[in-house]
Write a protein that binds this ligand. Structure first.
Ligand SMILES: [Zn+2]
Length: 137
């Protein structure tokens, strides 16, 4: 399969598609429930590196903290000099819980898109398509 550009892979990941093949809902059978392999091309969810999820956690932090900082700055700017701290904590607290829940999956696939760009997949990264999707771990 052709190795598409990093922007295309990132967009596919942000839309919860397989960054490699673009398969829709490729890794997900529900919002939080995932298959071990892409259901379209067979690419594995993990690429057998210790700490692989740390990259996804970093992407989640960026996706979450970025909007939080923007909202914080916006609320301070709009309400200055009488900053409403209680309202600000309530809004930021809700966002701090909701944003990671909503970005689950996309954050991982964005990380996978970056990883696939830095380390193109090998034959061993793919499982036969149409298999059981069960891990051999
Ligand atoms: Zn795929």
């Amino acid at each position: 399969m052709e190795n598409s550009g990093v922007v295309r892979k990132l967009l596919r990941g942000a839309l919860r598609r397989c960054p490699w093949c673009g398969g829709r809902g490729a890794f997900f059978v529900g919002w939080y429930k995932k298959a071990d392999h892409c259901q379209t091309c067979g690419l594995g969810w993990r690429r057998d590196d210790v700490g692989y999820e740390l990259g996804a956690a970093a992407i989640t932090a960026i996706i979450t903290f970025g909007p939080l900082i923007l909202v914080l700055g916006g609320m301070v700017a709009v309400t200055w000099p009488d900053v409403e701290v209680g309202l600000m904590f309530a809004v930021l607290g809700v966002l701090a819980v909701v944003l990671p829940l909503l970005s689950y999956g996309s954050a991982y696939l964005i990380w996978q898109a970056l990883d696939l760009t830095m380390r193109p997949p090998t034959r061993e990264d793919f499982a036969p398509v149409g298999g059981s999707g069960q891990s051999s771990d």
